[in-house]
Design a protein around this ligand. Structure first.
Ligand code: F6P
Length: 363
């Protein structure tokens, strides 16, 4: 087993509440428990590609537990295996893994702790194959990492979104309106499902259960006839009508996953108004869901994940992702989750619970 004296830590992909809590837990455990040196890699894999990393001291990682964002910076465009280089306005895709290997060896890093989502794990899996030991820590407000029932950041995002729904409720009631509120989550409906249930949304639309506009319109008309003069719809950015497609907000061509979803709430407003003649408004919560301090539950989970990453690394783990399964910490091979996404099963217990209390999923 290789002796570990110095490790690197990086945060990749979209930012998320709790990243700093993991950086702190990883670094403090490494310095305090295992007497290791820790290098902070700047801006995720981009820092590895461009050789931007620096030694972290205890004070650098103190007082950051409750801070949102990441002190190391992040990037959701840098995949060493497929890196976009601008050649006079034309994008060329290059495999720069060798450059990363040189930089990791040059800085004498014995292992990397990669904190990120599925894109980061795909990049980490590639580095593991190339001989760099990576330990993954699962982050994302989408909660969609394969093999992991809870990622840090999710609880905070649900909390933030639910607070916004409470505020939307007031206007919905006062103006007797239908309010359509769009939450993030990409192609997984976890954020919409939990936020919708937590907010008592009348209708929850998720990517895994394509909706029928007629069913939504019928319900809204019925509610209105029965004296319920307002309705709240929680829609996931990845929701789509039966036989239809998602609404794409933009394409980021230099990103390994170029599609950015968004705008389904605006489409629903037009469709519902046309069918029902009710007064309908859209709110798109957007990046507010990724910001701010992590909730106490996320601070605890992030700290546990960070400690467990170091614990398994020092026990000899190679290429493993820290996960939570059945409420307990565990690990799975990074390779087994790369390129995969954990979705909501249409008969998930929370979907069944929501249906039991009268929530409509548009199907
Ligand atoms: O994966 C996190 C996430 O916030 C998704 O929910 C969303 O689809 C995406 O990132 C937005 O990405 P960007 O910040 O690049 O617009």
């Amino acid at each position: 087993m290789a002796t570990i004296k110095r490790i690197g830590v990086l945060t990749g992909g979209g930012d998320c509440p709790g990243l700093n809590a993991v950086i702190r837990a990883v670094s403090k455990t490494a310095m305090n428990e295992f007497k290791l040196e820790v290098f902070g890699v700047e801006d995720g894999f981009l820092g590895l590609i461009q050789n931007r990393m620096h030694l972290l001291h205890w004070n650098d990682v103190s007082n950051i537990l409750t801070q949102g964002g990441t002190i190391l910076g992040t990037s959701n465009r840098a995949n060493p295996q497929r890196f976009a280089i601008d050649r006079g306005g034309k994008t060329e895709w290059v495999n720069v893994t060798d450059r990363v290997l040189d930089h990791v060896r040059g800085s004498e890093l014995d292992a990397l702790v990669c904190i990120g989502g599925d894109g980061t794990m795909t990049g980490a899996a590639n580095l593991v194959e190339s001989g760099i030991n990576c330990i993954g820590v699962p982050k994302t407000i989408d909660n969609d990492i394969e093999g992991c029932e809870r990622t840090f950041g999710f609880d905070t995002a649900v909390h933030t979104a639910a607070e916004c729904f409470d505020k939307i409720h007031t206007t919905a009631m006062s103006h007797h309106r239908v309010m359509v509120v769009e939450v993030m989550g990409r192609n997984a409906g976890w954020l919409a499902l939990h936020t919708g249930v937590a907010s008592g949304a009348d209708i929850i639309l998720i990517p895994e259960i394509p909706y029928d506009l007629e069913i939504i319109a019928d319900l809204l008309r019925r509610r209105s006839r029965n004296g319920k003069r307002f309705s709240i719809i929680c829609v996931s950015e990845g929701a789509k009508p039966k036989g239809g497609d998602v609404v794409v907000a933009r394409r980021v061509e230099t990103s390994p996953d170029p599609v950015r979803l968004g705008g389904i709430a605006i489409k629903l407003v037009a469709d519902i108004e046309e069918k029902t003649k009710l007064d309908v408004r859209a709110t798109v919560l957007g990046h507010i869901q990724r910001g701010g301090p992590p909730t106490p539950a996320d601070r605890v989970l992030a700290t546990q994940f960070g400690y467990h990453a170091l614990e398994i690394l020092m026990a000899g783990a190679q290429g493993q992702l820290v996960v939570q399964q059945g409420g307990r910490l565990a690990e799975v091979p990074i390779q087994s989750v790369a390129g995969k996404q954990r979705k909501v099963a249409p008969d998930d217990p929370l979907v069944r619970t929501a249906r039991a209390v009268g929530t409509c999923f548009g199907d």
